[in-house]
Design a protein around this ligand. Structure first.
Ligand SMILES: Nc1nc2c(ncn2[C@@H]2O[C@H](COP(=O)(O)OP(=O)(O)OP(=O)(O)O)[C@@H](O)[C@H]2O)c(=O)[nH]1
Length: 365
């Protein structure tokens, strides 16, 4: 695995702002671009159709801001568009021969699955050299969120993969409704802090600079990223939430391992898991203690695509356990744990494939 290790470097942080139609993305963005720390943000907006309404709304709020709009269907054509836009941006928007922006925010369409955008950022070698993924931010409408989650699987996925959840329009609902949506968000994505946002007002420091491989990251960031505290009250080795049948079997699981993992076994396990169940691994992130490595390795995956593992310079805290968060669809967390544990026992490839196949077969698609 060491051949894949890359440094974080001084790359430009890119954040993804997602959330269902009308949930308040543009309102949040309008507030953000007026914040002092955002003066050098490049905003990229993806919209369906020819009417660039969001583009006008945001662009008018700040004369200096560069807003680049890309159209087309997110799932197919956008990946090329986004990739080209991001690749050309440092030169296209240069001032005095210098790259002018120090941050990128990509707003997705309300109907989009954010996974293709994350894949683009994670896998395009040109983009890898220029950018690093900061946080995925999702807006959730407190007034309509419950009904939307019941009927729109993309909305569930947007909230499930986010690093930060912005609960908007709480001014329109009473306490009971707000509590219900918070319970649902906690089950869907317990690792993501929920921030109440009225009319877009949110402190940018809560949203930015929270990516794991921020070179300036302090030890606390890793714990925040994994929201470890939220998961481990005592000596429990795993934690999972009951499947909410409305949420398509999406659940979050945190697995911890006390002893270092065999690098080969771990890599093969991830390989098999992505091969057989990639579509249902909505997001995986973790800090991994590999045998023979002094420092931890960070893994980050979205569906079948895994970011090249990043080796941190050192352990960020005394806690040297492997800790991984899995946001999965229709995968039993116990099976995840079981297959990795077995893999470390040194089973043959054939046995391992059989195992993973069995996991796959046990779970109705
Ligand atoms: N009452 C209330 N209205 C809000 C709040 N936040 C946003 N809105 C309103 O909700 C509507 C939709 O907000 P937008 O920011 O356009 O939502 P969006 O997610 O960008 O929408 P799309 O671009 O269609 O996906 C607008 O009329 C906003 O003014 C809030 O906290 N409270």
């Amino acid at each position: 695995m060491s051949g894949l290790l890359t440094g974080a470097g001084g790359r430009i942080p890119a954040s993804v702002l997602t959330g269902f139609l009308g949930s308040g993305k543009t309102t949040v963005l309008n507030h953000l671009v007026r914040s002092p720390g955002m003066a050098r943000a490049l905003v990229i907006i993806n919209e369906f159709g020819a009417v660039g309404l969001d583009h006008d709304l945001v662009a008018r709020s700040n004369d200096d801001l560069v807003v680049e709009m890309i159209g087309g269907c997110l799932c197919c054509t956008i990946r090329g568009d986004l990739s080209r836009t991001l690749r050309e941006a440092p030169w296209r928007f240069a001032r005095d021969g210098q790259c002018w922006f120090d941050r990128v925010v990509i707003e997705t369409t309300g109907l989009a699955d954010p996974a293709p955008i994350l894949h683009t950022l994670m896998t395009d070698p040109h983009l890898e050299a220029l950018y690093r993924l900061d946080a995925v931010i999702a807006t959730v409408d407190a007034a309509t969120g419950m009904a939307t989650f019941d009927t729109q699987s993309e909305a569930v996925k947007q909230a499930a993969v986010a690093d930060r959840l912005l609960l908007t329009k709480t001014d329109l609902v009473d306490e009971t409704v707000q509590r219900a949506i918070r319970v649902r968000l906690a089950a869907l994505n317990p690792a993501a802090p929920v921030i109440t946002v009225t009319d877009g007002a949110v402190d940018p420091s809560l949203l930015f600079g929270v990516g794991l491989w921020d070179p300036a990251s302090k030890s606390d960031d890793v714990r925040r990223w994994l929201a470890e505290e939220a998961h481990h009250g005592g000596n429990h080795h795993h934690h999972h939430h009951d499947v909410n049948r409305h949420d398509d079997g999406i659940r979050a699981t945190c697995l911890t391992f006390d002893t270092p993992l065999d690098p080969m076994a771990f890599e093969r396990w991830l390989g098999l898991l992505t091969m057989f169940r990639g579509a249902d691994l909505l997001r995986v992130k973790g800090i991994v203690n590999l045998a023979g490595h002094d420092a931890p390795v960070i893994v980050h995956g979205v569906q079948h695509v895994f970011h090249p593992p990043v080796e941190l310079e050192r352990w960020p805290s005394e806690d040297r356990r492997t800790r991984m968060v899995f946001i999965t669809r229709r995968i039993d967390p116990e099976e995840l744990r079981g297959t990795l544990a077995l893999m470390t026992l040194g089973l043959s490839d054939v046995q391992l494939e059989g195992l993973v196949e069995r996991v796959a077969a046990d779970l109705p698609a």
